[in-house]
Design a protein around this ligand. Structure first.
Ligand code: GLY
Length: 363
């Protein structure tokens, strides 16, 4: 395994994440390398925009390598991450005759990955799938770890399964076509890894020279931050695949991020923007509780802002915050479960945060 291949070690379903420049041009060769037989039908689930960019190229390459594949596009956007879209994928799977030996490839961002992964988890009681993430957020977070889901009208990701991919294939060159706002939103998850577990990554991100390289999409630095992020995720997921404990630290900044996404409407804030604000609030609570130094809190906030991400909490009413957190089952008896930083590179799970300690950040 070379240094840009990362093993996600799990009991029965370990897999490799491969990060390679230009990989999207040689998916057939990658499938050969990981031992996918030619006789397996492949359904590539994507969306129109991503298909337009990479679909034809991938199909041509698969054909050249004697694989049979078809693309099925789902509609882009959080509002389509639902049972109707899932049902459309099942219809496509039926039409092309996906059997238990077939393979699904998720080609796109987090929504495509989550829905296609859940389709794979459930079609014929589960067939193999491969993630080819094309956004920074899905590269460093959602494509790794096996969380698959669709939304229910009552809440995000309420219907889903832990179902690990057979492999994750990442080409940082696909980020060249990603809108800059989305790239920056993905940086929020990278910064998150720095705070929860990787001080070296945090310091790498702090350097102005590195920031310029990253924001200019220089491949070497992109590979480095993606690699470091996934290494941390792989360690955490392998310790707690189904989030019974330590995996929750991956949700640093997400509780209030989720509140903001929910109350301001999905789309007003991108996920990464909302969790940037969530990390700022978590940092402020930790400062008040004397868990970490004020200067670390400022370093965190400066880093977030230096990547063009927001830290200002929007106007949201206290009672609405409580309603959302109750829905998330994060509030129990007026106390909340929360991930708070203790220093840069170290967080902990706290079950005893009083409502008054976090409601003051809202109206
Ligand atoms: N995105 C958080 C997790 O995979 O657990």
């Amino acid at each position: 395994m070379n240094k840009n291949q990362i093993l996600v070690p799990l009991n029965n379903n370990s897999y490799e994440v491969t990060i390679k420049q230009g990989l999207v041009n040689s998916i057939g060769e990658e499938l050969n390398r990981i031992g996918i037989n030619k006789d397996r039908k492949i359904l590539i689930v994507s969306n129109q925009e991503i298909s337009n960019l990479f679909g034809e190229k991938i199909l041509r390459n698969l054909k050249k390598n004697n694989f049979y594949a078809e693309i099925f596009n789902i509609k882009a956007g959080e509002s389509y991450k639902n049972l109707a879209t899932l049902s459309d994928i099942y219809n496509a799977a039926f039409e092309i005759g996906l059997d238990r030996n077939s393979l699904i490839i998720a080609l796109g961002g987090g929504i495509v990955g989550d829905v296609a992964g859940f389709a794979a988890a459930t079609w014929l009681r589960g067939i193999e799938y491969i993630q080819i993430p094309t956004t920074l957020l899905s590269m460093v977070d959602s494509s790794v770890g096996g969380k698959t889901a669709v939304n229910h009208p009552k809440g995000k990701n309420l219907i889903g399964a832990f179902y690990q991919p057979k492999a994750v294939l990442i080409d940082p060159e696909t980020l060249a076509t990603l809108p800059s706002r989305e790239f920056k939103a993905g940086m929020a998850e990278v910064i998150k890894y720095g705070i929860i577990k990787d001080k070296v990554l945090f310091e790498y991100l702090e350097s102005e020279k590195n920031r310029n390289k990253i924001l200019n999409l220089e491949n070497e630095s992109l590979i480095q931050i993606i690699n470091n992020s996934i290494r941390t995720k792989a360690i955490i997921v392998s310790q707690d695949e189904k989030e019974n404990g330590v995996r929750a630290i991956l949700n640093y900044g997400h509780s209030f991020g989720h509140v903001i996404e929910n109350l301001c409407g999905y789309g007003e804030y991108l996920h990464g923007e909302a969790i940037s604000i969530g990390m700022k609030i978590a940092g402020d609570i930790a400062t008040e509780k004397n868990l970490w130094l004020k200067e670390d809190s400022l370093r965190q906030n400066n880093l977030i802002e230096s990547y063009g991400l927001p830290t200002q909490t929007p106007k949201i009413k206290k009672n609405e915050v409580i309603t959302i957190l109750m829905g998330d089952k994060k509030v129990r008896d007026g106390k909340m479960r929360f991930i708070l930083p203790k220093e840069i590179g170290k967080v902990d799970i706290f079950n005893d945060i009083e409502e008054s300690q976090f409601l003051k950040y809202f109206d």
